[in-house]
Design a protein around this ligand. Structure first.
Ligand code: ADP
Ligand code: 5GP
Length: 204
């Protein structure tokens, strides 16, 4: 018995909050959850794989996707554009799979407008100090980039009222448990369970 439609989850967080760490774990542990690979015009960074991290496309391809309404949402960040493919999401949802989108706050709002049933989750760091410590510890940013990241983090975090759930990543295990509970509970929603309930009722 497959539920009617998979759920669409959007997870946003300021850089360094622990999103990649938690997403990796969610995808390992929840078998029906799959990750939406975005399209981007940004060049790949070292180690990034086309079709795994992103679909790396040129401007003309991105324009063509826009022209045929092929993107559920998209944004421009500096010179680069990022977008979520529409057709793939529809196909996967139709087969009952849940989809996780890792996108920034403008895109998240646009997903909610297009799909009001989408579930928006915001991950917060416990404090600015701890976020700085984690970014420093990761060692991927220069001090200058760190300052820019922190200013941007504040701006992103102000968007939290548009989200359905907030999770503070202080203790990693606690944060993971909270996140997992959201995914599990959302699968029991009436709208999601209706076909199964109808099937059970039909046996009486
Ligand atoms: P993001 O994807 O949000 O940029 P990462 O998952 O790369 O963040 O995490 C940033 C750094 O913080 C990593 O070094 C990660 O191991 C560490 N980290 C993540 N969550 C916690 C936590 N709850 N406590 C301490 N360190 C954490
Ligand atoms: P990066 O270039 O570091 O991979 O990503 C930059 C930002 O773009 C991140 O905040 C990431 O979440 C966001 N992003 C990635 N893909 C998409 C997308 O398809 N749509 C939107 N709106 N944001 C995206």
């Amino acid at each position: 018995m497959t539920p009617q439609q998979g759920n669409v989850y959007v997870l946003s967080a300021p850089s360094g909050a622990g999103k990649s760490t938690l997403v990796r774990r969610l995808l390992e542990k929840l078998p029906d959850l799959i990750f939406s690979i975005s399209f981007t015009t940004r060049p790949p960074r070292e180690g990034e794989v086309n079709g795994e991290d992103y679909f790396f496309v040129d401007d003309a391809t991105f324009d063509a996707m826009l022209a045929e309404d092929g993107l559920l949402e998209w944004v421009q960040v500096y010179k680069n554009r990022y977008g979520t493919g529409r057709a793939w999401i529809q196909e996967q949802r139709a087969s009952g799979r849940d989809i996780l989108l890792d996108i920034e706050t403008v895109g998240a709002k646009n997903v909610k407008s297009a799909l009001p049933e989408a579930i928006l989750i915001f991950l917060l760091p416990p404090t600015a100090e701890e976020l700085t410590r984690r970014l420093r510890g990761r060692g991927t940013e220069t001090e200058e980039q760190l300052t820019v990241r922190l200013q941007h983090a504040r701006h992103e975090m102000e968007q939290f009222p548009h989200y359905d759930y907030l999770v503070v990543n202080e203790d990693l295990e606690d944060a993971y448990r909270q996140l997992e509970s959201i995914f599990v509970a959302e699968r029991s929603r009436l709208t999601r369970m209706r076909p199964i309930a109808d099937h059970i009722l039909a046996t009486f």
